[in-house]
Design a protein around this ligand. Structure first.
Ligand code: CU1
Length: 181
């Protein structure tokens, strides 16, 4: 009997965690909906309007004129296509954001990066407190996050997604106990 209860509790914890992670993972279609992975899209402001979190994916969709190179910051800044970290084509290219930090992507076609076909993606360690399933902020000028803590700590706010997960787990456990009474 007690064993069945424990199984129930464990199952609800596991399933809730999985559901939350699925809900938080977002596919970011680069440049969309207004543009795409091309020379005419302001990819910098597109990226600014997004929130990238570990577990999300970048999806580049493009014509045969383009490709997707992941490069170092130096090569991103100088639009150099030599020694890319990865070279991807044809469309679509999906890049999994598995770690926190900034990654740099450019188009390898001559001149395209100089035309602005480049994007820097900064992935946050955890999700922001508000789950953003597919609704990015409306404008490119979102205010800075109100992260006022240790002024010397520049790391992305850890814990808010974890807090959400812990709260959900706790509530599910509570719910599970209620069900058994
Ligand atoms: Cu291109």
């Amino acid at each position: 009997m007690a064993r069945a209860m424990m199984t129930k509790i464990l199952m609800s914890i596991v399933s809730t965690t999985i559901i939350f992670q699925l809900a938080l993972a977002v596919d970011h279609n680069v440049g969309r909906p207004a543009g795409g992975w091309d020379q005419s899209t302001n990819l910098e402001s597109w990226a600014k309007a997004q929130t990238f979190t570990i577990g999300d994916n970048l999806v580049f969709t493009y014509t045969g004129l383009h490709d997707v190179l992941e490069v170092t910051k130096a090569n991103y800044d100088s639009c150099s296509t030599s020694d890319p970290i990865s070279s991807n084509s044809p469309s679509p290219t999906t890049i999994a954001l598995t770690d926190a930090g900034t990654r740099y992507f450019i188009c390898g076609t001559a001149g395209h990066c100089d035309d602005g076909m480049k994007v820097a993606i900064t992935t946050n360690a955890t999700a922001s407190g508000t789950p953003t399933t597919g609704t990015p902020p409306s404008s490119g000028n979102s205010p800075a996050p109100p992260a006022k803590k240790d002024p010397y700590d520049y790391s992305p706010t850890p814990g808010s997604a974890a807090t959400v997960q812990i709260m959900s787990v706790v509530s599910m456990v509570g719910f599970g106990f209620l069900m058994m009474i």
